[in-house]
Design a protein around this ligand. Structure first.
Ligand code: COA
Length: 187
């Protein structure tokens, strides 16, 4: 159980836990088909009730200490622009990273900046051995985020997920503590 809310910082972003009052922002971002079309497990349309439930689940994970789910807050003209999270398997000391960003903020390096910070957090603060992430094979932007955060392509899981009625291939990227280079993860 964490006593104080955990926040992280990068040059342009504040990473803080979600609050119930973020529901409207979460709903607005995840209800956009551009955003949800490459996300697994995000229904469309995405209702306000779904956003409220999603935030409750995120906060419970934080309380248990096995999922760190951060709202990405742009510092300049403060605004909630997205999410990044790392789910921790304590027994195996590995973390599963995932993220999404409001479409109007894409292509400005925000997710790369956040992912590099999460990689550093995972290895240096959580003591993980391995950090990995997965994306639908055709999600080039997400693959680039993983690579720029230091993760390497490991495998293609063929027809691993059902998305909108179609089985899609899922790519796995990973990084071990031994291969982690702190110099490349300090935005
Ligand atoms: C994936 C996502 C989070 C990337 O966020 P972002 O902040 O735009 O990413 P960055 O600006 O850090 O860009 C990372 C790289 O992706 C590239 N990129 C960004 N958008 C792209 C697009 N639509 N097509 C191809 N490449 C793209 C950038 O050019 C950059 O690569 P480069 O440095 O080689 O030029 C965002 O596109 C998103 O939220 N998508 C929908 C949800 C999703 O798919 N989440 C990931 C699930 S695994």
């Amino acid at each position: 159980m964490m006593n104080t809310p955990l926040t992280l910082e990068t040059s342009r972003l504040l990473l803080r836990p979600f609050e119930p009052t973020d529901a409207r922002s979460v709903q607005r971002i995840l209800d956009d088909p551009q955003v949800s079309k490459t996300l697994l497990d995000t229904p469309h349309p995405f209702t306000l009730e779904a956003a409220q439930h999603w935030i409750e689940t995120a906060r419970r994970g934080g309380d248990r200490g096995d999922a760190f789910v951060f709202a990405l807050i742009r510092k300049h003209h403060p605004l909630l622009i997205g999410c990044i999270d790392i789910e921790v398997n304590g027994e195996h000391r590995r973390g599963d990273m995932a993220y999404w960003l409001g479409a109007e903020h894409w292509g400005q390096g925000y997710t790369t900046e956040a992912a590099q910070r999460i990689v550093r957090f995972g290895f240096e603060s959580l003591g993980l051995r391995r950090i990995y992430a997965q994306c639908v094979r055709t999600n080039i932007a997400s693959a680039r985020v993983m690579e720029k955060a230091g993760l390497r392509y490991e495998a293609l899981l063929r027809e691993s997920a059902l998305k909108d009625g179609t089985y899609v291939d899922v790519a796995v990227y990973g990084l071990t503590r031994d291969d982690y280079d702190p110099a490349s993860s300090s935005p």
